[in-house]
Design a protein around this ligand. Structure first.
Ligand SMILES: C=C1C=NC(C(F)(F)F)=NC1=N
Ligand SMILES: [Mg+2]
Length: 217
């Protein structure tokens, strides 16, 4: 499982509401072509797809990710992830208990958990999480109820205590401020608007990957 998290990973997260007026499937395909390493469908907010519309959209995302052989994960919604045969699920602290999710999805699928402390990290790892998400590192416009920016201290702490679990930083990350996230030991950066809003998504992904070079770990 770990080889799925080679540094520098660029984990694109998007919902139909983050596509800046563009066709979300076109944005996803451009990101896949541009070299993202993971994709997460996070369908939230006013106007978010629901029901059969969401299932069909998720299936199209799955098809694209399969075509480019990139893991497709779904945020929060375990039923949707199982319904469309997603490669994994990402849950937050306020979602279903990670032990329960692991039991529901089985051992093969990827389980990601958002954590904000060593204790939450320990619980997630004990429940079989394959990776952790930590943030918001910087101020973010993509999550309405985001906590205040935490910087990279939490990432350093968790990696110091649990060096074998891949950790993604998330929240306001751009190629310009990404070096601190790599320096903290993160396996990857998770981004929403830095990619969905980019004029040239492939170039932006290249900038993220280049931001890792030269960072002495
Ligand atoms: C709130 C989140 C925190 N981290 C991540 C990920 F980057 F996938 F780890 N995804 C989320 N949706
Ligand atoms: Mg959640």
């Amino acid at each position: 499982m770990c080889n799925l998290f080679n540094k520098p990973s660029v984990y694109f997260i998007m919902g139909t509401q983050n596509a800046s007026g563009k066709d979300p499937l076109k944005v996803l395909e451009e990101a896949l072509k541009g070299g993202i390493t993971h994709f997460q469908l996070r369908e939230k907010g006013t106007g978010a797809l629901r029901g059969q519309n969401l299932v069909e959209f998720a299936e199209k995302c799955q098809e694209l990710c399969t075509q480019y052989q990139i893991p497709f994960l779904i945020n929060d919604d375990v039923d949707l992830a199982l319904a469309v045969g997603a490669d994994g699920i990402h849950i937050g602290q306020e979602d279903m208990d990670c032990g329960q999710v692991r039991a529901l999805i089985g051992k093969e699928k990827m389980l990601g958990v958002s954590v904000h402390s060593l204790e939450e990290a320990r619980i997630a790892i004990d429940a079989g999480a394959d990776y952790l998400g930590m943030g918001p590192v910087y101020g973010t416009r993509s999550k309405a109820d985001a906590k205040r920016p935490a910087g990279t201290v939490g990432i350093e702490e968790v990696i110091g205590q649990f060096p074998h679990i891949p950790v993604f930083g998330i929240g306001g990350i751009t190629p310009q401020n990404a070096p601190a996230v790599w320096q903290a030991g993160a396996s990857g950066v998770a981004v929403i608007s830095a990619l969905s809003g980019a004029d040239d998504i492939a170039l932006q992904i290249a900038h993220f990957k280049n931001s890792y070079k030269g960072v002495l770990i």
